[in-house]
Every structure is written in structure tokens, then in C-alpha cells.
Write a protein that binds this ligand. Structure first.
Ligand code: SF4
Ligand code: SF4
Length: 169
């Protein structure tokens, strides 16, 4: 890919990379132990520090009512905050926490790939982030990974035949 392209959660391809991802597909979690699967993988390895020193699992949280609950590195040692704080609690949230509050997800056939989506997308005005992500839900229920890959692969075959050759090697 000559440039990086991202189309919501449907399609993502980095510059210089020959494969693409469908970000609405969070896991391939058949038979997963949901008590061990993070609700969001990304917050496990990214950390944000705002201009006021507050930690945030991702930038989306800095625009929510929860913002004030996250601790500040100006007041506490960073190492302590990543082990014992509201920040730690959010980062440690597991898919099982979502399922405990949302039986429709617990019994959903799309759960292994959807996992409830993004914590921020469904967050309520009072800060409940254990809410299914409506956009991701729509994607899995009405579109699906196979449909996106069929379109993307057909376009790649037509416009990037050299990539098809790369895939065969
Ligand atoms: S598709 Fe909808 S109901 Fe099913 S797991 Fe995802 S968010 Fe929950
Ligand atoms: S925006 Fe959603 S998916 Fe992205 S890091 Fe934040 S919680 Fe995770």
C-alpha cells in the first residue's frame, strides 16, 4: 500500500504493508476463557498522559465524565498508578465483565469475533463503559468480515495484481 488507509473499523492497511485488517474483528475467540481476554487489547500496551498529568487508557476517555477519576502522574508515582488505581481497573477489564452486564452479548453467536467492540463507543453519559458498541454490533450482525474481505480481495486482485503474486510466495 503506497499510503496508509483506514475506513472506520472496516478496513485498515498500513503504508508499506501488503496485508490488511478488519478492526471490527477483535479476536478469533472460539472457546475463549473470557475471564482472561481483555475487553480492549490496545489499552494493554498504550498509555496516554494528558496535559494535566492524568493517565488515560486511550484518548477517548479524556472526553468523558470518567476523566477526573484517572490519577495524575503529577501527584503519584507512575509505577504505582499502573498497578493500583482506576486506570489499572479499566485496563484490566475483561470481556467477562461486559458479559456479566449484557446477557445479549453472552448468548450472541458473534461474540468470538466482536467481544462487544470498543469501550468508548458505547460509553454512557454517567461513565458506564461496559456497554456494547453499536457500530461494531451492526457490523457483525448485518455485514460481517467475509463480506468486507470479498470486496477488498476483489479490488486488490483487479488493481494490485503484483500483491496477489506476493501472497502466493
Ligand atoms: S454482535 Fe452485538 S450482541 Fe453480539 S457480541 Fe457484539 S455487541 Fe454483543
Ligand atoms: S477507542 Fe476503543 S478500541 Fe480504541 S483503545 Fe480506546 S477503548 Fe480500545
Amino acid at each position: 500500500m503506497p499510503i496508509g488507509v483506514e475506513l472506520d473499523g472496516y478496513f485498515f492497511c498500513e503504508k508499506g504493508i501488503t496485508d490488511y485488517k478488519v478492526h471490527y474483528v477483535h479476536h478469533d475467540g472460539e472457546n475463549a476463557d473470557w475471564r482472561k481476554v481483555p475487553y480492549c487489547e490496545s489499552v494493554r500496551y498504550n498509555v496516554y498522559i494528558g496535559p494535566d498529568g492524568r493517565l488515560a487508557p486511550c484518548m477517548g476517555f479524556s472526553d468523558t465524565v470518567l476523566k477526573e477519576k484517572f490519577p495524575s502522574v503529577l501527584e503519584h508515582h507512575l509505577g504505582d498508578l499502573t498497578l493500583d488505581s482506576f486506570y489499572h481497573d479499566v485496563v484490566e477489564t475483561k470481556v467477562s465483565d461486559l458479559l456479566a452486564k449484557n446477557p445479549e452479548c453472552a448468548s450472541c453467536e458473534f461474540l468470538p469475533k466482536c467481544c462487544g467492540g470498543c469501550m468508548i463507543e458505547g460509553i454512557t453519559d454517567d461513565g458506564d463503559y461496559l456497554v456494547p458498541d453499536g457500530r461494531c454490533c451492526y457490523f457483525h450482525r448485518h455485514i460481517g468480515e467475509d463480506a468486507v474481505r470479498a470486496v477488498a480481495d476483489a479490488a486488490i486482485k483487479k488493481y494490485c495484481p503484483e500483491r496477489e503474486e506476493e501472497k502466493k510466495q
